[in-house]
Write a protein of this length. Structure first.
Length: 259
């Protein structure tokens, strides 16, 4: 039976509505080495769109799932410049997907085969389980919303956050801070914020420190809902238009995905 473009219906043994990360890539039985620090990610959404990444740009387009054949109609590809190795890997994945690979699902594993090339992928929930909220050192990647959509400055250290029960610790640039945190379902409320001022080495660094401190602290002073996806933590304020995006490194030896 052919599933046409449009909403797809998942179910037992179906890849629809799931995201997968590669655990093995072979060509003619020999392992294909991916760019270090990357994995192939494939998501098949219920609206009939496939989204894929090979380490740099995102590919997306409509799909049809025939009996055992995945037909991909690429329509969008982002245009980030990540370097020749990444671009070559992106092109390789596009060529693989548009060549109508065979697909099969065995439990939590999706296998795609085109000629002598095989990509074995594991459900993302198991390939990269969510890191725990507590005990993880989260680094702020982006302050979201308002006039404070700032990233880190070269002259400053990162802004970090670590939660342990009712205690929160971290740093904002060069200034360490502590706070008390209370929880209600998926909402965190920070109180008793105490910052130990640092002494930047230059006027420019002092200005950058002040901007970063203001942006981060203003978010921490409002109740924040949190979601964790793999090693990414999102904190969002009321209306979800402001907040913080944070990331944590995975434990040494665990699989990781850099994008």
């Amino acid at each position: 039976m052919t599933v046409v473009y449009g909403p797809l219906v998942g179910g037992e043994g179906s890849p629809i509505g799931k995201a997968y990360l590669s655990v093995a890539v072979t060509e003619d039985g020999v392992e294909r080495e991916l760019v270090p620090g990357t994995r192939i990610r494939v998501e098949i959404r219920k609206d009939g769109v496939l989204i894929a990444r090979a380490g740099c740009n995102e590919l997306s387009g409509g799909i049809m799932l025939d009996d055992g054949v995945l037909r991909f109609d690429q329509s969008i590809q982002t245009q980030m410049g990540c370097g020749p190795e990444f671009e070559a890997q992106d092109d390789w994945l596009v060529g693989f997907l548009i060549h109508e690979p065979e697909w099969s699902v065995d439990g939590d594993t999706l296998t795609l085969i085109d000629g002598g090339t095989t990509i074995v992928l594991l459900d993302e929930r198991f390939a990269e389980p969510d890191l725990p909220l507590d005990g993880t050192t989260w680094t702020v990647e982006l302050v979201v919303g308002g006039d404070n959509a700032v990233q880190h400055y070269v002259r400053l250290g990162p802004a970090t956050l670590t939660l342990n029960g009712t205690q929160a610790t971290g740093s904002i640039g060069s200034s360490p801070f502590t706070a008390t945190v209370t929880r209600e379902n998926d909402t965190l409320t920070f109180t008793d914020l105490t910052v130990t001022p640092a002494h930047p080495t230059s006027r420019a660094a002092a200005l950058e420190q002040a901007v970063l401190e203001h942006a981060v602290l203003e978010n921490l002073r409002t109740p924040l809902t949190y979601t964790i996806e793999s090693n990414h933590l999102k904190l969002r304020g009321p209306g979800r238009t402001t907040g913080l995006n944070l990331k944590a490194p995975r434990p040494e030896g665990s699989p990781y995905f850099t994008v």
